[in-house]
Design a protein around this ligand. Structure first.
Ligand code: FES
Length: 162
């Protein structure tokens, strides 16, 4: 715990030692680590001197937080209004089916993780998926498979070389 607190010392600063900063602390830790581990949530609880169950309860209330690490290729399906209106939900379902994981999950080989996100800022291209740093515009369920087929072989080759 002390080691983790040390690692998070740039976030768990004395001026943030107040329960009203809980959401900020959760966001900052997720930003830094890519997700909220059980240990990180307990470190925040200890820092704020509140029960771990309170931190967990609040973190799980908001769908902006994830509780498993990000994959090597984080897949983010935009569920902002523009994307939602033109089939974002179908794209998200197709992505979950294709990767065989649930939203917030990660594939067993740690290659892909899947999240729904709010507007990524390119509504004219809706529905949008972001995989790593690449934006995939005007997505449809069949295009989901195409996008992943392009990434998977490259990713597998790199894994074999390592
Ligand atoms: S709502 Fe999806 S990019 Fe804006």
């Amino acid at each position: 715990m002390e080691e983790l607190k040390q690692k998070l010392s740039d976030i768990l600063k004395p001026d943030k030692k107040n329960r009203r900063h809980l959401i900020y602390l959760l966001q900052a830790v997720q930003q830094k680590s890519g997700y909220l581990s059980k240990e990180a949530m307990l470190a925040i609880a200890d820092f704020l001197d509140i029960p771990g169950s309170t931190v967990y309860g609040i973190a799980t209330f908001y769908n902006q937080f994830r509780f498993t690490p990000l994959g090597k290729h984080p897949v983010k399906v935009c569920m902002g209004t523009a994307c939602h209106l033109v089939g974002g939900k179908l794209v998200l379902e197709a992505m979950a089916r294709e990767l065989d994981i649930e939203v917030g999950g990660i594939t067993p080989d740690h290659e892909f993780s899947l999240d729904r996100v709010a507007c990524v800022g390119c509504c004219a291209l809706a529905p949008v998926v972001v995989i790593g740093d690449s934006v995939y515009p005007k997505m449809t369920p069949p295009k989901v498979e195409e996008a992943l087929v392009i990434i998977k072989p490259v990713s597998q080759e790199q894994s074999e070389k390592q």
